[in-house]
Write a protein that binds this ligand. Structure first.
Ligand SMILES: *Cc1c(COP(=O)(O)O)cnc(C)c1O
Length: 478
């Protein structure tokens, strides 16, 4: 990993936990290791015991790994911003995976919690996260959500449109409070893996543009900031930008910071108001495959802190208080999904042209699929899977792991090499499914959503229980 010309991080605290003892570089959680008989364990608990106790499919979270990543991000950004003389807050982006226990872990590790709906807000509050340490996002917040945020005394509501300025101001007035708000802007900086998860380009629903301008050059973002300043029911804390997700090239963060800081200076010039805070959102990329390299927080933090300091000097502006909102980078690598193999079917694939060779692909069906991990179908996301209940000396074959849904696109892992003796009853795990797995899960085909199980110190505990068919029928009023 390039450190951008900086010396290596000193001490181990700001480094991410390294993967479990897997020489092949598989991005298992950090406490994962293979026992002598080939069985994988996480948090000191064997996958055989996890499956026996909790059933499959199951999301298994390595609590120590989650906590270590949360600390690594907080400490890396605190250290880097302390170097330039600015404060920083790290918000855990709850949409990646939010349960009461997970929100508590984040808070205990010194993170705040970012929510994007009334439901996520309720989970964070149930966890005991103080309102002041919670942010509320969303491009279409309901009145109920805004009121719930005001009543909880959230630290910030991130306003996403002009109409929302009036709505939040009106509801704050009705409650007799001043609402702390940030404005979400789009900087024109493109970053991230997939078009649907790249959010700072212009032609999408989030935020207000910094770059588009009206006749006198006033951007929608600047006009909206001025409108917020003019509302006594609103306290403008600062400016927010989230440029995308699964970002592996950190230069986008610096570019976005420059645009946001210039906007902050423009606002100061126009109104005399110097906003205190700048948030650069989340999007820090992780390793999904053994060949992937995750973004390390320390070098990114240093580069961004130095860029922020340099731009503020250049603009003769005071340093802002800075914040970031990593989600995937905290919880993604901490989670695996444990499945049981069912039908195994060799499929002969004939070449599409005379030059293409005919080959056989082994279709390995598991007891879950696109209902517990929609990312392969939604984004073409790649994952890595292995047999984890035993070792095998059988020859390796080209396999595709598929789910049990009524769609040929119900693919869990597009292409992976598995032992040829893979058979019904084998345990199979997919790595790095902690983020956007359970949180995007559905009940397609009336499958019940798997439990979230935490493993730590040789014991496992259910954080969210498995849904039952009775749960589904309870919603159906017939
Ligand atoms: C999705 C999102 C995040 C978290 O993104 P990750 O890629 O999980 O780090 C943070 N902030 C906002 C506003 C988001 O929409």
């Amino acid at each position: 990993m390039s450190a951008g010309g900086h010396p290596a991080a000193t001490g181990t605290t700001t480094a991410l936990p390294t993967g479990g003892a897997d020489a092949a570089g598989v991005p298992w959680p950090s406490t994962a290791r293979r026992r002598d008989d080939g069985e994988l364990e996480v948090g000191g608990v064997g996958v055989g015991d996890l499956a026996a106790e909790h059933g499959t499919p199951a999301y298994v979270l390595d609590e120590a790994d989650f906590r270590a990543r949360a600390r690594a991000y907080r400490q890396a950004f605190e250290a880097a911003f302390e170097q330039v003389g600015a404060g920083v807050d790290v918000y855990y982006a709850g949409k990646a995976l939010l349960t009461v226990a997970v929100a508590r872990w984040a808070a205990q590790e010194g993170l705040r919690v970012d929510t994007a709906s009334g439901g996520e807000l309720a989970v964070a509050l149930r966890a005991g996260v103080p309102g002041a340490a919670i942010g509320l996002h969303g491009n279409n917040k309901s009145d109920e959500e805004i009121l719930a945020a005001l009543d909880a005394g959230v630290g910030r509501i991130i306003v996403d449109s002009r109409v929302e300025i009036d709505r939040v101001a009106g509801l704050a007035a009705a409650r007799g409070v001043v609402a702390p708000v940030m404005l979400r802007v789009t900087t024109g900086v493109h970053a991230g893996g997939h078009e649907y998860i790249s959010t700072a380009h212009e032609d999408q629903k989030f935020g207000l543009s910094v770059t588009a301008g009206d006749d006198d050059g006033t951007s929608p973002a600047l006009a909206a900031l001025e409108a917020i300043v003019a509302r006594p029911e609103l306290e403008l804390l600062g400016i927010h930008s989230h440029i995308g997700s699964q970002i592996l090239d950190p230069s986008g963060f610096e570019a976005a910071a420059r645009v946001v800081l210039r906007l902050r200076a423009d606002l100061a010039e126009r109104t005399g108001v110097v906003v205190e805070e700048v948030d650069l959102g989340g999007g820090y990329g992780i390793a999904y495959l053994p060949t992937d390299e995750a973004l390390e927080p320390a070098p990114v933090a240093r580069d961004v802190a130095e860029a922020v300091a340099a731009v503020c000097t250049e603009l003769s502006m005071p340093l802002p208080r800075f914040s970031i909102e990593p989600g995937r980078a905290i919880v993604g690598p901490a989670g695996i999904t444990l499945y049981t193999v069912g039908t195994v079917k060799p499929v002969t694939v004939s070449g599409s042209s005379a030059d293409d060779e005919t080959f056989t692909r082994l279709y390995v069906s598991v007891d879950g699929g696109m209902s517990d991990n929609i990312r392969p179908a939604l984004y073409g996301a790649d994952y890595h899977a292995e047999l984890v209940g035993r070792s095998s000396d059988a020859a390796k074959v080209l396999a595709r792991v598929v789910g049990k849904h009524c769609e040929s696109g119900d693919i869990v892992v597009h292409e992976v090499v598995l032992p040829s003796d893979v058979r019904a009853g084998d345990l199979l795990a997919v790595a790095a499914t902690g983020a956007y797995g359970r949180s995007m899960a559905s009940n397609y085909n009336a499958l019940t959503r798997p439990p979230v199980v935490a493993a730590a110190d040789g014991a496992s505990r259910v954080l969210v229980r498995r849904e039952t068919v009775e749960d589904l029928l309870a919603l159906d009023l017939g």
